[in-house]
Structures are given as structure tokens and as C-alpha cells.
Design a protein around this ligand. Structure first.
Ligand code: GDP
Ligand code: MG
Length: 163
């Protein structure tokens, strides 16, 4: 039984892009419109001497606001059932949104390690925006860019340190 890391977060923050960035393959579908990951997708990740299972969640083709809440509930359920570590992804370009707060609120009651990740840090100027995410209650986020690969290795180090 290998450790499991589950990616959660509102639509369009780059969960699937991050999944692909970790796996270095294009397994999960990344789309410019939100809500395209129809199933949960998982893959084995090797980093240093560690192997773990990475799970991407979210999507289900939901667009209305009720559906979004359901989607987040589903993600939390997956995380509760399977995760050793929860990867909570936010978007540095959008800042904190109401849906991010809903995810944070739900995760607060989940007795799992949570790593807050600020994605889309494609250039260093976005590093200055990390502080605003402190309000979510999971400390300062780890800056990454799923597209550029920035922060990938540091984040993998952090994940495996929690197993
Ligand atoms: P998900 O709904 O959370 O799975 O988000 P996706 O992975 O499908 O990505 C949503 C959008 O954000 C797509 O247009 C991606 O190209 C874009 N995106 C994802 N990661 C990054 C990133 O690191 N930098 C930038 N600039 N865009 C990104
Ligand atoms: Mg997705």
C-alpha cells in the first residue's frame, strides 16, 4: 500500500495541469474551460527513493454554482477516503475567491496533512502575492507553475517528507 496524495481545489486553478507536471505526462485533460476532468485520474509518481499515488479530482462537467459545491464535496470525499496528503491548489493570478474559502472550510475538518499550493507562478513577480493566501488558514502557499515546472522539485520534496 503506497501513500496517496489527492489534489483538490475549485475549477480552473490548474489541478490537472499540476497532475501532468508531476507525472511528466499528459494524462489528465487540461482545458481552458472549467470542469472537464470527468473521472478521478491517478498515477504513480517516483521522486528520489519514494513512490506515491497522485490523484486528480474535480470537474464532472458541472457549471452551475450548486454543481460546483457538489464537485467540491466529491473531492473532499475522495480526499477523506484515500489521501495521506491533500494538495489544496489555488490560483495566484485570481487571488482568494469565495470557492477557495469553501474548499478551505471543508478541509479544515479533514484530519489529514494539507499542503496549500499557489499555481500559475510563471514569473517571480507573483511570489509577492503569496501572503494574501494566509487567510485560508493553511499558512503560506508553495509557489509553483504547472506550465513552467517552477517549484516542482521543492513541492515533491515537501510531499514525500509528510509520508
Ligand atoms: P483544473 O480545472 O483545476 O483541473 O485546471 P486545468 O489544469 O484544467 O487548468 C485550467 C487552466 O489554467 C488552463 O487554461 C491551463 O492552461 C491554465 N493553467 C494551468 N496551470 C497553469 C500555470 O502554471 N500557469 C498558467 N499561466 N496557466 C496555467
Ligand atoms: Mg481538471
Amino acid at each position: 500500500q503506497i501513500p496517496v496524495a489527492v489534489i483538490v481545489g475549485r475549477p480552473n486553478v490548474g489541478k490537472s495541469a499540476l497532475f501532468n507536471c508531476f507525472s511528466r505526462r499528459r494524462i489528465s485533460i487540461v482545458e481552458p474551460t472549467s470542469g472537464v476532468t470527468r473521472d478521478r485520474v491517478s498515477t504513480e509518481i517516483r521522486h528520489k527513493d519514494c513512490v506515491f499515488e497522485l490523484v486528480d479530482t474535480g470537474g464532472m462537467g458541472i457549471t452551475d454554482s450548486d454543481g460546483l459545491t457538489e464537485d467540491i464535496e466529491m473531492q473532499i470525499e475522495v480526499a477523506l477516503a484515500a489521501a495521506d496528503v491533500v494538495l489544496f491548489v489555488v490560483d495566484v493570478r485570481e487571488g482568494v475567491t469565495p470557492l477557495d474559502r469553501i474548499v478551505a472550510e471543508r478541509l479544515r475538518h479533514v484530519k489529514k496533512e494539507v499542503i496549500l499550493i499557489a499555481n500559475k507562478v510563471d514569473t517571480p513577480k507573483f511570489e509577492h502575492s503569496m501572503g494574501e493566501f494566509n487567510e485560508l488558514g493553511f499558512g503560506e502557499p508553495h509557489p509553483v507553475s504547472a506550465i513552467e515546472g517552477y517549484g516542482r522539485s521543492d513541492l515533491l520534496d515537501k510531499i514525500i517528507s509528510l509520508f
